[in-house]
Design a protein around this ligand. Structure first.
Ligand code: CA
Length: 252
């Protein structure tokens, strides 16, 4: 299969209402040429949210690669982060109850492998059509799925922010999978600071424009902040393109 290049743009903003940014992200090219993308949205404790999110970043900053095992090594990395965060919380009462979401993608050789916990999201734009790859681990999700809550009711439900699971909150069971990525496809990773303010139709329209990934990322962030900005907001936009430049670089 022809290798593809991935152009990425990552932007985070604490927003005008929050004093600190507890979102973290990572964009990293591995030795084998694959690219790792991560968004982690920390929460809990007086100072714990950013600590928990940073643990996931630190563990994935050492991630050696999938070695042909698909998404399973990513799932294992999130279990490792869960153990580490709970150990830190046991050591320091200030960090009690801290945890984080984690949505991570490993892209290489035309495939994306992913693992996910919480309510950050991964979207895939293919031929102009947007698909939400991950499912939110929210307490109210099953009521949304079976139709007993409408999206409008969910938006104001008192438990709308309660997570069914998070990294560091014990009993973590990451979702994971793989899918093919074609030339011209775009991936979006984001924290809920984006998806509280933009619906999938708006996100799809932004991603489907011809604008460069960096412009799309900035536009998404700006729109979320203009509409409320009550949360930290983080986006990574990645576009798959032909690896012609890399091949040209490699030519004598
Ligand atoms: Ca958030």
């Amino acid at each position: 299969m022809r290798p593809l290049r991935l152009d990425t743009a990552a932007v985070t903003d604490k927003g005008p209402r929050r004093s600190r940014n507890e979102d973290r992200f990572l964009v990293r090219e591995l030795a084998d040429g694959s690219v790792l993308l991560l968004v982690a949205d920390g929460m809990g404790g007086e100072s714990g949210g950013d600590v928990a999110a940073q643990v996931v970043v630190d563990i994935l900053a050492r991630f050696p690669g999938a070695d042909g095992k698909g998404h399973e090594p990513l799932v294992a990395a999130l279990h490792e982060a869960d153990d580490r965060i709970r150990a830190l919380a046991d050591e320091d009462p200030e960090h009690e109850g801290m945890g984080t979401t984690a949505t991570v993608v490993l892209y290489g050789q035309g495939s994306a492998h992913w693992a996910h916990v919480g309510d950050s999201r991964l979207y895939h734009l293919h031929r102009g059509r947007l698909r939400q790859v991950t499912t939110d681990h929210r307490f109210i999700q099953e009521f949304l799925d079976d139709g007993s809550l409408t999206p409008e009711q969910a938006a104001t439900h008192p438990f709308r922010n309660v997570l069914e699971q998070c990294v560091g909150c014990s009993e973590v069971s990451p979702d994971g999978g793989s899918f093919p990525v074609a030339d011209g496809d775009r991936l979006l990773l984001c924290s809920d600071g984006l998806t509280r303010y933009l619906d999938d139709g708006e996100i799809g329209t932004s991603l489907a424009t011809q604008a460069p990934a960096g412009t799309v990322a900035e536009t998404l962030i700006r729109t979320a902040i203009d509409r409320g900005g009550r949360d930290n907001v983080t986006v990574i936009v990645a576009e798959a393109g032909p690896a012609d430049d890399m091949q040209a670089d490699a030519a004598p």
